[in-house]
Write a protein that binds this ligand. Sequence first.
Ligand SMILES: [Zn+2]
Length: 78
Amino acid sequence: MNSQQILDLYTWAPGVCFQHPDAGAIETTVVQELRTRLGPVEGIRACPSCILAMEARRQCLAAEAGVVYEPGHAGAPL
Ligand SMILES: [Zn+2]
């Protein structure tokens, strides 16, 4: 699976990447949802380069753990 195919697994919308807040509103996807005590769910957003870095790390961890790597879940541990 190439980088574009991995990125295609996500839904993209303008937002602020949690690792690159200085970049302002860029193309991002929600990797994790935060439930706050006040109710509304706030999404943690990541840009394409962060998603690819997270996916590469997940692929490594999955290989080390001997489990099948499934792209498209950057917010999940494996
Ligand atoms: Zn980023």
